[in-house]
Design a protein around this ligand. Structure first.
Ligand code: NAD
Length: 430
């Protein structure tokens, strides 16, 4: 038995495993004493997922053999509404990672005040090893296996690393077949032809850029002419790089899984995107010098945007970071040890639960549009997104300033308070 006054680790997490779930727990523990006392009895609900499902995902390979993959879907908290969070396909996905990503979704959704709880899912698979039809079978079987967890008013998945609008279309179709009717609102990040939203593709990158711009204003740092280094050239990294360039900044370094590119005069993002689309790699891209992966972190720049994996900025490289502002496009890219080093060096960190919340914000718009079968213009979507991101940034900045907190702690105070206030008034069933 665990009571709210004697928390200990659940049996399914090893104390030695200092994975992302422990980083999430550390963040909650930092913030708990700062919350209103009336909420303290409920903090323990943030320290454990509401429910977690592990599924076997067997698929027929193109060569006729059967392969098995491990899949997960976690509902971290549903106090404020249905679960919401992406699906990741990656060879290193673990239950601990998915739990952490679900926990961060709970906080993030509350930070931007969309009426969702936090959820996340994933499959432990290297999707680069699968053909397109194997990927489709994997997605369909996984959707069927987690079918009891998802639904438009229960839990609504979206894309994350290595999943995209096509994967969402297969998920939506599989779920709809089971229901015997077309249920567009079961996933977001869908193609436009299936009730997807204008602006969703770029939404996370746009949110990253808006929060970077707001942070820069506070520090009196102009975006025009600023140097930016971006890790990850996928959905989040490419879109945020493009938006920095549109605002007059130059992208001096890009790192993805294949290469680390550097050009102090500025990389041509459009050309890199076209090169990557054709070659499926950044190796050999023109107009750039290739540098060692570890040198990416010491590139002279004003903005550093990690937009790939967790724990990329850590105790080993934080002391070398040259940026003035780090904007967390990825979830959990900075470890607590690194954060302490960065704070000491007066480097501002715009935290993931704020910086990358643009994706789920437009996912919320998509879900609302699907329910009402009435679709908004891209301009309307981008304006509403900008307003929500800028207001969330303003509220967090204000709280951080008033109480002398980091932006992450301030964001967690706001997010955790909203979740626990909902929990408090709901009371305990039965
Ligand atoms: P993606 O699959 O579109 O792109 C991932 C990028 O990371 C690729 O360019 C890949 O090459 C790069 N990468 C992978 N491993 C790497 C490594 N070891 N070193 C350097 N680069 C590496 O994924 P995405 O959707 O852009 O997601 C990136 C991050 O943003 C994840 O942390 C994700 O959880 C987070 N995020 C995504 C969204 C969204 O809407 N897609 C929303 C919020 C947060």
């Amino acid at each position: 038995m665990t009571t709210s006054s004697s928390p200990h680790l659940p049996s399914y997490i090893s104390a030695e495993n200092v994975g992302p779930w422990h980083i999430y727990l550390h963040q909650v523990d930092q913030v708990a004493p700062l919350l209103d006392k009336s909420l303290w009895p409920w903090v323990e609900t943030l320290r454990r997922p509401k429910r977690a499902l592990i599924v076997d995902v067997p698929i027929r390979l193109d060569n006729g053999e059967t392969a098995h993959f491990e899949g997960y879907r976690v509902h971290h908290n549903t106090s404020r509404g249905p679960g919401k969070g992406g699906i990741r396909y990656h060879q290193d996905v673990t239950l601990s990672e998915v739990m952490a990503l679900a926990g961060w979704m709970t906080i993030k959704n509350a930070v931007v005040n969309v009426p969702f709880g936090g959820a996340k899912g994933g499959i432990r698979v290297d999707p680069r090893q699968l053909s397109l039809s194997e990927l489709e079978r994997l997605t369909r079987r996984y959707t069927s296996e987690i079918g009891t967890m998802i639904g438009p008013d229960k839990d609504i998945p979206a894309p994350d690393m290595n999943t995209n609008a096509q994967v969402m279309a297969w998920m939506m179709d599989t779920y709809s077949m089971g229901e015997g009717r077309t249920v567009t609102g079961v996933v977001t990040g869908k193609p436009l032809a299936l009730g997807g939203s204008l602006g969703r593709q770029d939404a996370t990158g746009r949110g990253v850029f808006v929060t970077a711009r707001e942070a820069a204003k506070k520090l009196g740092l102009p975006i025009a002419g600023a140097r930016v280094a971006v890790q990850g050239f996928g959905n989040v990294g490419e879109a945020s790089a493009r938006m920095f360039v549109e605002a007059g900044a130059k992208i001096v370094a890009i790192q993805d899984v294949s290469a680390t590119l550097y050009n102090p005069a500025g990389l041509d993002i459009k050309a890199l995107k076209a090169y990557h689309a054709a070659e499926r790699t950044l190796v050999g891209a023109p107009g750039a010098e290739s540098i060692a992966p570890q040198d990416f972190w010491t590139v002279p720049c004003e903005f550093l945007v990690p937009a790939a994996l967790e724990s990329q900025i850590n105790q080993y490289n934080a002391a070398g970071v040259q940026a003035r502002i780090i904007v967390e496009g990825a979830n959990g890219p900075t470890t607590p040890e690194a954060e302490a080093i960065l704070a000491e060096r007066d480097i501002l960190v715009v935290p993931d639960v704020l910086a990358n919340a643009g994706g789920v914000t437009v996912s919320y718009f998509e879900w609302v549009q699907d329910f009402s079968s009435f679709f908004w213009s891209e301009e309307e979507i981008n304006q509403r997104l900008e307003r929500i991101m800028a207001e969330a940034f303003g509220a967090i900045w204000q709280l951080a300033d008033d109480r002398k907190l980091s932006l992450r702690t301030a964001a967690f105070v706001i997010g955790c308070s909203r979740v626990l206030e909902a929990r408090l008034v709901r009371g305990l069933y039965p």
